[in-house]
Ligand binder design. Sequence first.
Ligand code: ADP
Ligand code: MG
Length: 701
Amino acid sequence: MNDLKLSDLFGVNVFDDNLMRERLPKAIYKKLHNTIDKGLPLDPAVADVVANAMKDWAIEKGATHFTHWFQPMNGKTAEKYDSFLSPTSDGRMIMEFSGKELIKGEADGSSFPSGGLRQTFEARGYTVWDCTSPAFLKEDASGVALCIPTAFYSHTGEALDKKSPLLHSMECIQSAGIRVLRAIGDEATTKVTATVGAEQEYFLVDKRQYQQRKDLIFAGRTLFGAMPPKGQEMEDHYYGSIKEKIAKYMRDIDVELWKLGVPSKTKHNEVAPAQHELAPIFTTANVACDQNQLIMETLQKVANRHELACLLHEKPFAYVNGSGKHVNWSLVTDTGKNLFSPGKHPHENKEFLLFTSAVIKAVDVHADLLRLCAATAGNDHRLGGNEAPPAIISIFLGDEITHLFEQISQGEEVIEKGKQMMEMGVATLPQLRKEASDRNRTSPFAFTGNKFEFRMFPSSESIAEANTFLNVMVADVLNEFANRLETAEDTQKEMEAIVKETYLNHKRIIFNGNGYSNEWVEEAARRGLSNYKTTVDVLPCFIKEDSIALFERNQIFHRSELFARYEILLEEYYKTLNIEARTMLDMVQKQIMPATLQYTTQIAEHIIALNKVGVFEVNAQTELLQSLTTAINTLKQCTDQLHQELEQSTHIEEAYDKAVFFKEHILVDMEALRQVADELELLIDEKAWPIPTYGELLFRA
Ligand code: ADP
Ligand code: MG
């Protein structure tokens, strides 16, 4: 694709700032920007004009419908389409889209997860225009529609989605950030924005094979599958050359995303066979969140066109790496500063020292919340595995920055190390400076030069919550700092004291070593860091008194909203396991058991046939028959056990008790059932095995 084409394509389906400038009267454009840039309330008169301009543009581009596009608490996106048709009093039809329709829509709040916040008899929910994220056109075989990013509230004002808390949290970081900057003498900055770039990992498999696997269809991951002869041990897939079929798919993805204004930038093969990654260029947190939803949707939609299926699950296959989503997070100002950029002289860089200290404290104090927002049934299979960050939260700062904070905290004079050059010893290669820190791939939360990379995050989830939590946690500490700085007699001294104290009190959270090692697990325990191994272990942290206080103090969630969200997360956990368990039973009863019985009969008939012609040397065959019948018995026992415990689970009322039961019983039964089924797969003729194997799924797309 040459440059000209890319520039023609980029953003053609977005009602972006250029279009608004072109199509809106100057005064309206300015008023709208007061809301987008300065966070001022939206003037209702603006909405009518904007709606009309949006509609004209959308209709020119072939749109027939519009939808309020929102992000309910199931972590997906939701949409309901209305056409632009509107009857006139003289019986004609005109194309209309009013400011009222732009600003507010209605949706039945009780049909989305609400954790008991909405009763069906008072189910009204409202979608409200988020003018800080641009409207866009979705086009597919079914037509073109105008999509308006919205937040979703109940009619009593509780947030029913993932977006509203994120928007609130961005206001928190804005005001706390500005307070700190003002206190240290920065009068120029008027805006502090959280920026985010989310790297998305995914798997691609052949669509026909996908369709033959009920586990992939219903659960998004394989629930059975013996280890194939080859896994990822040759380390030949990461950055490997991309197969033509996959390259074509990726190109199509780029085009689709570019049209939507999503700046898809990097694509490559990942560590596991059939695993890939896509990274966009970062943008403001709420837009990044919308864009990540569009990326996930597009990856799946386009796969279908290419006879592929895209798996976003955290652990679609055992034995090889799972998928994560690296959430890169930073704070930037409208004066063009990145507040985590150390600059040439980090020890003199007040913003860097204060804002980095705030992150260190926030992550230490609220590590549980960070762990919690990465907790899902799917991610439980990945975290703590030997390829993913451990379940223990820590920060990688890198040797240079850690050394800097050490020196400051000891009251030592900071001596700058000059930039060193890399020694490559080949004269024809260009000279390179050494980076301040090496990569650390084993840290769940790594400082990467001018941003933090939250690496624990699950691949399939909305990034809204992670960003909300980060913004609020850090804003809370920044407000504390601001309280001290604003009342200090000597701001410089106070600032130094804050940096020093914060580091000394919270340095236990910093760990630059190998996060995958067992020594770290022990060391972390000695440091008093928490280690929540599973989702069920960590979810109750949501409703701890200090979490409630944090969210209430910053006006993100009321107590009732937190309890509701806690309930939803518990439900999501056991419902996921329930679907997986039922899928396993279905596959065993309807596919694996019948195939096994048939094959066993074949072996028995084979022995009888040999005996008939006088061959009685059939030890190998009888042994195989014996192994098969033993496995069949175990398969039956495991199925019965799972069946029975699933039945038992239906009698448990409390969501938390139910989640614990699923973790302690159902999951264990599922593992036992899988083990015997996988043994059977290895015993049986591949032509007789009823579902595509790992070898076929991972190596043939
Ligand atoms: P890495 O190689 O360290 O993963 P990249 O530069 O490739 O880093 O960036 C990874 C992701 O981080 C990309 O999506 C990128 O846009 C994003 N990113 C870079 N700078 C920032 C920033 N200041 N704030 C948020 N995200 C950022
Ligand atoms: Mg990365």
